[in-house]
Design a binder for this molecule. Structure first.
Ligand code: ADP
Length: 370
C-alpha cells in the first residue's frame, strides 16, 4: 500500500474553467480518505487526476515517493471503482476480474488464486460464471470492487460507487467497503456527495467547495468544529442553524441580535469568551438542531435560553422528530426525541443550549474561537 500526496494540484479545463484550485491533501498508506462536497465542487476531477484519467494543469501528484503527473494510468498501479461499474457486458464475472491481470501476463495459477480470494471476501463465488446483465445492482458493484481487489493495487479510488443503489443496499455496501478497508489495510480514496457516507466511512474527510478544500479532518472533528459556515451547513442533517447578526453591549450584558431583528440571544461573558466573540462586528451564530430542546426544561447544566417561536412543520422520523420553527424572522430547526408536539402554526417554546453555540466571522464565514 502506498501514500497518495497532492501538492497544490490545479485543474483548468478548456475554456478557462478552474475546476480544482491548488488542492493539497496527504493520504497516508492504509488510510481511508473521503472527498465530499456538493455536485460540481471538483471532487471527481481531483480523483481522476490521481488516476491519470485527467491531465494535471499544475502541482504534483505522488503515489508513494513517485511523482506520477506524466505516468499513464495503467502504470500508476491503482484501481478505480466507478459509479456505473464499467463492467464488460460480454464477459463473465470471472473474465471481467481476470482481464487486467491477463493483460499484465500474470500466470494463470496466480490469477485463479487471487480471484478465489477476492470472491470469498466479497461472497460472490456463485456468480463467477454469470454475465453482468444477470446480476443485481449490488452484485455488479461487488464484482467491480472484486476486479479492483485482484489487481492488488497500491491504492483504491472510488468515484460515487454506491449512488446507483437503493437506500438499503447503500447502507449494506457502505459497511462492506469499510470492512474491506480494515481487512485489506488498503489506501482508499473515496468520492461522494453524500455526507452520511463521508461521516461513516472516512478515517478523515476532505470537504470541498467550488474547487477548493474547505476542511480536512476526522469526521467527528469536522462535525464538532466546522472550519467555516459552508462546512457547518454541509455536514450534518438537518443542517446547523446559522443566524447572522451583531453582538451588542459588553461584558456581562451582551446580546446577539439577528439581522432580521426579532431573534435576541443573551450571551454572558464565559460564552462570549469561549466563542471568541466581541461586541460590534457582524457574526454568524451556529447551533446544531440537537442543541435545541422542545419546551421549558433546561439542559442538565450550563447556559440555556428559552425563546418563543412558531412551529412551521414537524417531521416525525420514528426515533426522533425534526421541528422547523421560526422566531423573529429566523428559521430554527430542532431535533428532538419522540414526544407529543404542537400542531403546525401553533406557538412553541424552544430552549437553546448556549454551550453548544458556534460562531463565525460574517464577512469570510471563517470560524471564530477554538
Ligand atoms: P464533482 O465531482 O464534485 O461533481 P467535477 O470534478 O465533476 O465535480 O467538476 C468540477 C467542475 O469542473 C464543474 O464546474 C464541472 O462543470 C467542470 N468540469 C468537469 N469536467 C469537465 C470537462 N471535461 N470540461 C470542462 N469542464 C468540466
Amino acid at each position: 500500500m502506498a501514500s497518495v500526496t497532492l501538492d497544490r494540484v490545479r485543474k483548468v479545463y478548456d475554456g478557462g474553467i478552474i475546476a480544482v484550485h491548488d488542492v493539497s491533501i496527504e493520504v497516508g498508506a492504509g488510510e481511508f480518505v473521503v472527498l465530499v462536497g456538493p455536485s460540481g465542487c471538483g471532487k471527481s476531477t481531483t480523483l481522476r487526476m490521481i488516476a491519470g484519467l485527467e491531465s494535471i494543469t499544475a502541482g504534483e501528484v505522488r503515489i508513494g515517493d513517485r511523482v506520477v503527473n506524466a505516468v499513464p494510468p495503467k502504470d500508476r498501479d491503482i484501481a478505480m471503482v466507478f459509479q456505473n461499474y464499467a463492467l464488460y457486458p460480454h464477459m463473465t464475472v470471472r473474465e471481467n476480474m481476470a482481464f487486467a491481470l491477463k493483460l499484465r501476463n500474470v500466470p494463470r495459477a496466480e490469477i485463479d488464486r487471487r480471484m478465489r480470494e477476492a470472491a470469498a471476501i466479497l461472497a460472490i463465488e456463485e456468480l463467477l460464471d454469470r454475465k453482468p446483465r444477470h446480476l443485481s445492482g449490488g452484485q455488479r458493484q461487488r464484482v467491480a470492487v472484486g476486479r479492483a481487489i485482484v489487481r492488488q493495487p497500491r491504492a483504491f479510488l472510488f468515484d460515487e460507487p454506491l449512488s446507483n443503489l437503493d437506500a438499503r443496499l447503500r447502507v449494506q455496501m457502505r459497511k462492506e467497503i469499510s470492512r474491506l478497508h480494515r481487512q485489506l489495510g488498503a489506501t482508499m480514496i473515496y468520492v461522494t456527495h453524500d455526507q452520511v457516507e463521508a461521516m461513516t466511512m472516512g478515517d478523515r474527510i476532505v470537504v470541498m467547495h467550488e474547487g477548493r478544500v474547505r476542511q480536512i479532518g476526522a469526521p467527528a472533528d469536522v462535525y464538532e468544529r466546522p472550519a467555516d459556515t459552508f462546512v457547518a451547513g454541509f455536514i450534518g442533517s438537518p443542517p446547523m442553524n446559522l443566524w447572522r447578526g451583531h453582538v451588542r453591549g459588553d461584558g456581562g450584558a451582551s446580546v446577539f441580535e439577528a439581522r432580521a431583528g426579532g431573534l435576541r440571544i443573551p450571551l454572558d461573558a464565559p460564552v462570549l469568551q469561549r466563542l471568541g466573540l466581541a461586541s460590534g462586528g457582524e457574526v454568524v451564530l451556529g447551533l446544531r438542531p440537537e442543541g435545541i430542546h422542545l419546551g421549558e426544561a433546561p439542559f442538565a447544566s450550563g447556559a440555556c435560553f428559552g425563546i418563543d417561536a412558531r412551529l412551521d412543520e414537524a417531521e416525525p422520523m420514528g426515533n426522533e422528530i425534526f421541528l422547523y420553527a421560526s422566531a423573529g424572522g429566523q428559521e430554527i430547526v430542532a431535533r428532538v426525541p419522540p414526544q407529543p408536539v404542537p400542531r403546525p402554526g401553533d406557538p412553541v417554546r424552544l430552549t437553546l443550549d448556549l454551550d453548544r453555540l458556534h460562531a463565525f466571522e460574517a464577512a469570510t464565514g471563517v470560524r471564530l474561537g477554538p
